[in-house]
Design a protein around this ligand. Structure first.
Ligand code: FMN
Length: 181
């Protein structure tokens, strides 16, 4: 019976990458920083595979990459305010090393969107003015992060009952349990 919720959650994730303006297009990514400090940022969901691997893009010099090199445990949070649907994901992040895949994704990024990965100075460097950022011409710091979910939690607020379901991956299948919301 909880399969319908898993299917719904999966559909929403796919719509996040396909449907313009879908609330799951941008997700909150939690990483663990130095001294176990929690760190959050917004990222765009770029790819979702049928076996539920999620991919986001970033600058390889960003702090989230340094965090992931120390600790690859992540959290993802998505929320649709119209459907009152929240999806929480816990899992492991893997920085993509496959050069062919990186090259293919990079070549598919429109030129004017490449600026996010070609700043002369690293993200978080101090500048005097937002217009004074310098860009590289022949180099980039494009990086991809694959996220492999281990636990997923679906929560929908509705009448007469809120619905909260935990999905946990066990030997490649997802075991589901209803929870008190
Ligand atoms: C709407 C929105 C979408 C964003 N998408 C991305 C993204 O896809 N990848 C990314 O690295 N940063 C993205 N950012 C910026 C991050 O939230 C973050 O501020 C930046 O990457 C610096 O991260 P760091 O603290 O890990 O260095 C986005 C910010 C906003 C407001």
């Amino acid at each position: 019976m909880s399969d319908v919720f898993f299917e719904e959650m999966l559909n929403e994730l796919f719509n996040g990458i396909k449907v313009h303006g879908h609330p799951f297009r941008t997700v909150s990514l939690a990483t663990v920083g130095q001294n176990a400090k929690p760190r959050l940022c917004t990222v765009v969901l770029r790819e979702v595979t049928n076996d539920l691997k999620l991919t986001v893009y970033t600058d390889s010099r960003s702090q989230k990459i340094s965090n992931l090199l120390l600790n690859n445990q992540i959290g993802l949070l998505m929320y649709d305010p119209d459907k009152l649907l929240q999806v929480k994901i816990e899992g492991q992040a893997h920085i993509v090393k496959d050069v062919e895949r990186l090259d293919t994704s990079w070549s598919n990024i429109p030129t004017n969107s490449r600026r996010d990965y070609i700043t002369h100075h690293s993200p978080s460097s101090e500048i005097n003015n937002p217009s004074s950022v310098e860009y590289l011409n022949n180099d980039h710091y494009f990086a991809m992060i694959d996220i492999v979910p281990q636990k997923i939690e679906y929560l929908k607020l509705k009448r007469p009952h809120h619905i909260r379901v935990a999905f946990e991956k066990e030997h490649d299948t997802w075991k589901s349990t209803f929870l008190v919301p």
